[in-house]
Design a protein around this ligand. Structure first.
Ligand SMILES: [Ca+2]
Length: 139
């Protein structure tokens, strides 16, 4: 019994460490590694970066240190066609989406979230320093 509990705890640690990919592994030179959604604190894909692999489904950006700080975004889901970002946690509030670079080859990045962002009914709004959650769709 105790051994099983220990195995579960260890598996949880491993999964948690896999879900949050370190800076660098998600930041390919000038882009976002296939299988990830990426944000940067500054415009034109510079400054602190955050990436997450597409098998995690949903995630609240508040616990990444990227809450309300992103100024540029790039979507490159490996098996999911779209990444949608929201201004509130829990995938609520106004949103925009980008298309996966590796699946669509177009409409996958936005270097400046202040002058409108991506696609969707709110895409003309200022999203800079507002993003708090995201999710993949079209998987
Ligand atoms: Ca823009």
């Amino acid at each position: 019994m105790m051994r099983n509990v220990m195995r579960l705890a260890l598996a949880g640690v491993l999964l948690a460490s896999m879900g949050f990919v370190g800076i660098g592994s998600a930041q390919a030179a000038g882009g976002c590694t296939k299988g990830y959604a990426c944000l940067w604190a500054d415009r034109s894909y510079t400054g602190t970066t955050w990436g997450n692999s597409n098998n995690s489904g949903t995630f609240n950006a508040a616990s990444t240190g990227m809450n309300d700080v992103a100024s540029s975004a790039w979507a490159n889901g490996g098996t999911c066609r779209y990444t949608t970002w929201y201004i509130n946690g829990g995938q609520t509030g106004n949103w925009f989406y980008l298309q996966s670079q590796s699946i669509f080859g177009a409409g996958y990045s936005d270097p400046n979230l202040s002058n409108g962002a991506g696609y969707g009914q709110y895409n003309t709004q200022n999203f800079e320093d507002k993003l708090s959650s995201y999710k993949y769709s079209g998987c």
